[in-house]
Each structure stands twice: as C-alpha cells, then as structure tokens.
Design a protein around this ligand. Sequence first.
Ligand code: AMP
Ligand code: MN
Ligand code: MN
Ligand code: MN
Length: 281
Amino acid sequence: MTLHYDLHSHSTASDGTLSPAELVTRAARQGVDVLALTDHDVTDGLNEALAAAEPLAITLLPGVEVSVTWQGKTLHIVGLGIDHTNATLQQGLAQMRSFRDWRAGEMARRLEKHGVEGAYAGARAYARGTILSRTHFARYLIERGHANDMGQVFKRFLTQGKPGYVPGEWATLPDALHWINNAGGQAVIAHPARYKLTATRLRQLLGEFKQHGGAAIEVVSGSHSRDDYHAMANYAKEFDLLSSCGTDYHGPEQPWLELGRLPPLPKICVPVWSGWEKLPH
Ligand code: AMP
Ligand code: MN
Ligand code: MN
Ligand code: MN
C-alpha cells in the first residue's frame, strides 16, 4: 500500500487558519496517512496536533519551519521528526521569535507612517498564537481595503523595498541545521524553486546545505510548478539529497490547495521517508 504524505503545513500556532486539531482532522478526512505540522519558528501547536492524531488513522510528525537568511535572502528550512522538547532547538526558535516581535512593531510603525491606521492591533487580531507573521498584517491590510488579495498586498506593501517591509537577519543556515539535527530531525529546504536563485547560486546553496548536515529538499510543493518538480528532482539526484513533498497548507481560504493533494514524487527521487521505521498506523 502506498501511504500519502503531506510534510509541510501550518496551523493557528503560526500563520495558518485552522487550529492544530482541525488541521489534523481535515488531513485524516482527506486521506493523508502522515502529516507534518511545520509552523514558522514555533512548535506550540504540536502537542494539540499529536493528541488529535491519536484516535485517528493518521500519523502526526512533529515539525517546524525555520526562517533563515542566506546571502541576503530569506529561505525556509523545514525540520521533520524533531524532538520539540530539545533545548538547543527551542533556544534557537526563541531567538527567531524575538526578532519577529521586534519586526512586527517596526512593520506597524512603517505602515502607520504610510497611512495604515492601527496596523499592530489589526494584525494581532488575526493572530491566534504567539507569533506575528507578515500574513497577519496582510489580512488586516486587505480588511482595510489597502489591497484586494494576498498576492497584491504582498507585492504592494510587504516585500523587499515596499513600505511595510523590514529587512533583518534570521538564523544562519548552519545554525538552523544544527538546531534541527540536534533535535533529532531531518532538515529539508522548503519550496526551493520559490527563491528564484540562479542555477549557480542554487548549487552553492545545495552544497552548503549538504555539507552542514541537510537531508532533503522539497521536490513536490504546493508552490512549485510541474516543471519545478522535475528540475528539483534532478538537483536532489545530483546532490544525493532525499526528496520531500508537502502542500504548505495554510487553510481553506486558499481553495486551490488541499491537504495531501499532491502528485507523487518523480521516479528518480529517493523519498525522505525511505529510512523511516514502520509507522504506528
Ligand atoms: P514571515 O515569515 O512573517 O515573513 O511571513 C512569510 C509568510 O508570508 C509565508 O510563509 C507565506 O505564508 C506568506 N507569504 C509570503 N509571500 C506571499 C505572497 N506573495 N502571497 C501570499 N502569501 C505570502
Ligand atoms: Mn506562512
Ligand atoms: Mn515557507
Ligand atoms: Mn510553510
């Protein structure tokens, strides 16, 4: 029997809109056998998600998505199968969250200057967990009529060079890999095709990632095209990296994405789960 894996998803602990329990329930209904909850820089949703999975025919894999700055670009590194009680990991994630807190205040100040009233409280009202993400600001900006949709609001306000964008330093790549590996996890480069790196820079990233203990790259992702699947599968093979798949689900507001609804990994891939022991269900 082939199992259905969705190894990248978000809950209200970060910028998703379903609670951890709602997310797990929905994934089970969609026929997902193994779901990883990978909230941004926080693991607060994992205990609720693990408890929700317990009576269901689904395995919840503890995960996280760590924000990284590499050569001036923001990258996301997913950790799969982490021990979320690990002190090294939690100290690292706490640093990311304190940068997030400062950044949120700074974003709000810049947006206010640009004529957006009540940005901090407005974003906070969309957050149900402890972290504030650009997504929460985006929802408030749309509510106030500053943009029509997520794509537009990011383009106008929240990306590099725009009024609400705050540059800053997230974790280094070696630090993020150390936190994940120290917690017994496997590190995976999230949606690698989204960073728009040249082939030369992507190869440099893959080399450094592998050298510092990285395990896999997302080949099939909710934000990849079919061409991206094949390009990334070839890179995985070239660098002898394992391959992962995940929707990067954030909630039913993005109806074009559904939990577990992904094509299979290309045949040349070695799945990230190939070394996993037999799962309980
Ligand atoms: P942050 O980690 O707070 O900087 O926010 C990053 C999050 O914003 C990502 O995880 C996505 O969920 C969301 N995001 C980034 N760019 C876009 C975009 N162009 N459209 C919609 N959501 C986006
Ligand atoms: Mn997100
Ligand atoms: Mn991401
Ligand atoms: Mn994500």
